[in-house]
Write a protein that binds this ligand. Sequence first.
Ligand code: PAF
Length: 279
Amino acid sequence: MQVFETINALQKELSQLNSKSIGLVPTMGALHRGHLSLMNQSLEDNDITVVSVFVNPTQFNDKNDLEKYPRTLDKDTQLVNSLGVDYVFAPTVEEMYPEPDTRVFNYSPQDEVMEGIYRPGHFNGMCQIVSKLFSIVQPTRAYFGEKDYQQLVIVKRMVEDLKLDIEVVGCPIVREKDGLALSSRNALLSKEERENALLISKTLFESLKLAANYSLKETLSFVKNTIQQNDNLELQYFEIVDANTLLPLEEWEDSSSIIGCITVFCGAVRLIDNIKYKG
Ligand code: PAF
């Protein structure tokens, strides 16, 4: 496995591969089994797999969050190497942004709801870096986790909008045995906070069972109330939305593809999760 820090060196290497299929797994590092599942899928689907490790400053609207974000490049490269990935791309901020990126991506309504409300500018920054990575690597396929469901929907829209010949592959959420969705941010949870965080997935799973017999609004209230009743958790939002438009729904009959998306603060750690109700 080779590690590249510059765009030129990576592109020189990739240009020698001719027509081989390339899978790209964009990450911000602090890799966990969720990322490994994306890499394994890419290794299975493509001749070559590139994993990028870059904590992208333009997608953080909170400076503190950017500073706190776990950075574990040595450990990450060892892990990626053990899987049989071909290349790691780990550029510096200066390499990716020699000049400020002033491009504006607007994917309304999907980028205006949920995370779009609470993390203004986040999806714009995410589109800036992902589009840069796409044009550097020119992958055949790119892999994103369904945990960041809104991001996945927006990346698909961007690929359509920019007319890129890239297949965007969404991979299922990977969970701990006790249900907690894997996230790089889990490393920031204390033992006690991690215990409290379990209520998030537990409540989502219970709501899936409820959904068979209760209305959408009742299911929505059940999730909100259960999380709000726990003093150690702070619900930011829970929405039951159409899985394509991401707009809130009133009734189960309103769409053939429905997902519930949640964001909860567990102490200072912001966790997101989701559950598919239909489709
Ligand atoms: O999902 C992430 O880790 C990031 O948003 C991504 C796609 C690597 C872009 O920085």
